[in-house]
Design a protein around this ligand. Structure first.
Ligand code: FPP
Length: 244
């Protein structure tokens, strides 16, 4: 069976990189770069609403980001609080379903409560989903799925040879989202940084030179245009060749 070749993406994921460099270039603290990054996120969500995208996932705090100075970690936590508190009403009114994806370990109680609140308040919205990857790492996500599946095997519910690809997917934190069609990383870096490793299996990758705080709708459109001109083969042959 051949996969359908799509020219318009449903799911875009973004590694919002370059906040620190943006701030440094202006002699400002790194935290200011992250603050301006929230504004770029707002504008990107708005821009998505004028496209046919159904899902946007953004990488806002990785499991590796705990290695940063406590003041920067604290600022990033503060920005999640601020974003949810300031934007919840608007996101809800505009039909955005918000999910915060990642490990809940080591998150303060007020953040956990805020996550539960934003998710329940927006869960009725079905048109567009904003996944905020926060305290997220793909290795942790995959390990968590393995542990759950191992538990099912240990209890005799399934045997090891019954484990299917869709079984694995149904235990991943991103189980509610379609695979990523297009990954954008800003700031000119060429890495995946432990982001959505399972879901990126057949994604088109677009690396852009813009620093995240400067990212706007026109950059999103540029990436979507690049995507449209790519040919997705999913391991098959080009559409000019035979797939039989
Ligand atoms: C990478 O840039 C960016 C991050 C680690 C954080 C991204 C966070 C935001 C855009 C704002 C937070 C939004 C929410 C909703 C919590 P970097 O700091 O590594 O940049 P650099 O490579 O230039 O130093």
């Amino acid at each position: 069976m051949t996969e359908e070749v799509l020219s318009t993406p449903s799911h875009v994921a973004i590694i919002m990189d370059g906040n620190g460099r943006w701030a440094k270039a202006r002699g400002l603290p790194r935290e200011v770069g992250h603050e301006r990054g929230v504004e770029a996120l707002r504008q990107t969500v708005e821009a998505c609403r004028h496209t046919s995208l159904t899902t946007l996932t953004v990488y806002s705090f990785s499991t590796e980001n705990w290695k940063r100075p406590a003041s920067e970690v604290s600022a990033l936590f503060g920005l999640l609080r601020l974003y949810i508190r300031q934007d919840l009403k608007k996101l809800k009114a505009e039909g955005v379903c918000v999910k915060v994806i990642g490990s809940k370990e080591n998150l303060p109680d007020d953040i956990l409560a805020l996550i539960a609140h934003v998710e329940s308040e927006t869960s009725v919205n079905t048109g567009f989903t904003l996944n905020i990857a926060f305290n997220y790492g793909a290795h942790d996500e995959i390990r968590d799925a393995c542990q759950k599946i191992a538990g099912r095997v240990a209890s005799g519910e399934i045997t090891t040879d019954q484990i299917s690809i869709s079984d694995i997917e149904s235990h991943l934190w991103f189980k509610h989202s379609p695979p990523v069609d297009l990954l954008i990383r800003t700031s000119g870096e060429y890495r995946l940084s432990n982001f959505m490793l399972w879901q990126l299996a057949y994604s088109e990758l677009v690396f852009m030179d813009v620093l995240w705080p400067d990212f706007r709708g026109e950059h999103l459109q540029e990436a979507l245009d690049i995507f449209t001109n790519r040919e997705r083969r999913y391991g098959g042959l080009s559409s000019a060749g035979s797939l039989k």
